[in-house]
Design a protein around this ligand. Structure first.
Ligand SMILES: O=C(O)CCC(=O)C(=O)O
Length: 293
C-alpha cells in the first residue's frame, strides 16, 4: 500500500505539491485506460459510419490514435470526456486505496471526492495550459479551503509532451488576481515567474502528483506526435460543523457550483463511503435534473 512518506508530506507542506512515484501500477491504470480506449473506439466508429473520417485508425497505438481521429474530424469528435467516462472504472480509480492513503494524512480520514475530474488528452501541437491556481477557477470563497488535486498520467510525461511545471511555495501566496482570456483560461495579473522559479516535473505513468488549490502550476506544450493522457481528481475533507465559518462558506459555495456544472460530489472514504450503485443513481438523477432546468 502506498502511503505519503514523511519526506513527501514535508515536501507537500513546504512546496504545495509532492509526487508519489509509482503510486499506481500499470495494472491499476488498465481499467480506466480501457474506458478511454472504448470511448475513442466508439467515436471513431460513429464518425466513420457517418462518413466524417476515412479510417477508424484501430491499429494505431493508444497515444497516437485519438490525435489522428481528432485531426481527421477537425476536433469535432463529439466526445464529452467528463460525462462519457463517468463509469465504475472511474469510481474505482477515484476511490483507489493508494490515492486515499496518500491524501488521508493531509485531509483526515473522511474524504469527499469533489466530483470535478478532467480527462486530458493533451494533443500534439497544444500549447501551454497557462499558469493558474485552481482556486482561481473554483472561485474566491474556496481560498480558505484545502482542496487536493491528484493528477495521474496514463502515459509517461516529460518536457516534450506537456508535463506539469510547478511553482514551489506559491500555495502560501494567497489567491492571486487573474482574469479569463478569450479561450476562457485564467491568466494571472502578474506573471508568477517574477516571484518564484518553476520546477518542471516529468512523471511516469501511474505516479501521483498531489497539489494544493493555491499552488501555481501550468502544463508545457506538447510538440510530440502522441496525446499526453492524464486525469486530475479533486478531493477535500468531508465538511464538518466545527470548521471555521469561512471554510464552511467555501464548501457551500463550491459544492453548489460543482453540482450546477453537473459534477457529483460523493464520500470517497470512511464508514460513510458512497457505494458505486448510489453514485451511479445520483449521477443519473443530477444529469436529468440539469437537463430539465
Ligand atoms: O493537465 C494539464 O494540462 C493541466 C492540469 C491542470 O491545470 C489541473 O489539473 O489543474
Amino acid at each position: 500500500m502506498t502511503i505519503l512518506t514523511v519526506e513527501a508530506r514535508q515536501l507537500y507542506e513546504s512546496n504545495g505539491y509532492a509526487i508519489i512515484p509509482g503510486g499506481l501500477s500499470l495494472t491499476d491504470l488498465a481499467p480506466m485506460r480501457g474506458v478511454l480506449q472504448r470511448v475513442v473506439d466508439d467515436a471513431a466508429e460513429r464518425l466513420h459510419a457517418a462518413g466524417d473520417i476515412s479510417s477508424t485508425y484501430e491499429e494505431v497505438a493508444f497515444e497516437q490514435r485519438f490525435p489522428l481521429v481528432s485531426d481527421a474530424c477537425d476536433g469535432k469528435s463529439g466526445i464529452h470526456w467528463e460525462h462519457d467516462v463517468f463509469t465504475r472504472e472511474l469510481y474505482e480509480l477515484a476511490t483507489h486505496p493508494a490515492i486515499l492513503e496518500a491524501i488521508k494524512p493531509l485531509l483526515g480520514e473522511d474524504i469527499i471526492f469533489n466530483g470535478d475530474f478532467h480527462i486530458r488528452p493533451k494533443l500534439p501541437g497544444s500549447s501551454y495550459f497557462p499558469w493558474h491556481q485552481d482556486s482561481q477557477y473554483y472561485g474566491q470563497p474556496t481560498e480558505t479551503m484545502h482542496i487536493i488535486t491528484v493528477w495521474v498520467p496514463f502515459v509517461n510525461v516529460h518536457e516534450r509532451n506537456g508535463c506539469l511545471s510547478m511553482l514551489p511555495g506559491s500555495h502560501r501566496w494567497g489567491l492571486m488576481e487573474s482574469a479569463r482570456d478569450e479561450k476562457r483560461e485564467m491568466r494571472p495579473a502578474v506573471d508568477p515567474e517574477t516571484r518564484g522559479r518553476q520546477v518542471v516535473e516529468p512523471m511516469q505513468a501511474g505516479d501521483l502528483m498531489l497539489f494544493h488549490n493555491l499552488t501555481y502550476h501550468q502544463s508545457l506544450p506538447n510538440p510530440s506526435d502522441g496525446a499526453r493522457w492524464s486525469v486530475d481528481l479533486r478531493y477535500s475533507a468531508a465538511p464538518r460543523k466545527d470548521m471555521p465559518e469561512t471554510e464552511q462558506e467555501g464548501y457551500r459555495f463550491f459544492l453548489d457550483k460543482l453540482r450546477g456544472l453537473g459534477f457529483l460530489t460523493f464520500t470517497a472514504s470512511g464508514a460513510n463511503k458512497t457505494p458505486w450503485a448510489e453514485v451511479e443513481r445520483n449521477y443519473a438523477e443530477l444529469r436529468e435534473s440539469l437537463k430539465r432546468s
